[in-house]
Design a protein around this ligand. Sequence first.
Ligand SMILES: O=C1C[C@@](O)(C(=O)O)C[C@@H](O)[C@@H]1O
Length: 215
Amino acid sequence: MKIVVPIMPKSLEAIARLSSDQYQGADLIEWRADFLAISDLDLAASKIKDKFPDHPIIFTFRTEDKDEQLLSDADYARLIDKFASEFAYIDIEVLRFPEISLPKNAIASYHDFDQIPENLADILGKMQARHPKVVKFAGMPQDKKDVIRLMSETLTFSEVHPDQIIVTMAMGELGKVTRLVGDSFGSSWTFAAVDATSAPGQLSLTEMRQLQHIL
Ligand SMILES: O=C1C[C@@](O)(C(=O)O)C[C@@H](O)[C@@H]1O
């Protein structure tokens, strides 16, 4: 299971302060670009690539967790188009922005911050139908059965689509187990933190490395 570590710099100075040594054990870096002003993204992109020359980087501009719409559909599409060729992977909220054509390195992603939806299989299927490089889902379980359901749907999906990379996780305390043993149920990546977490329930990179070793 690959370990992805998000970075969420809130200024260009914060990028300069990042110490890449702390990220050595990560397989991929996810740049959460939605914490910066749009006008800073160009400069930030080159600084981040300079900072992590040895890591594949995911460009993510998350809109699903914002109350207000930060970008129009057209601006989101332009942003995706611009950065897709600059990074190893690009996160795209495909069901929210269905008009976008997917580049080869697309991660089709979907978040539900309230629940593990009953129609999870349908959501995964709709994302897969766009033929992205990776299908990714993160949801908030309300009880232990939700956690088992997420893992069970992930396993079923991975058996039906053995060539499709799928990444799923349940967030929060209840969901932590999915970040540890997700790969036994078909999920290929897990997200872990250095300093701040980008979602509830993430373990630290150090803990995740130790666990990977044990497992
Ligand atoms: O999609 C994901 C997964 C995530 O939400 C998590 O729960 O670890 C963290 C986000 O930064 C990332 O974009």
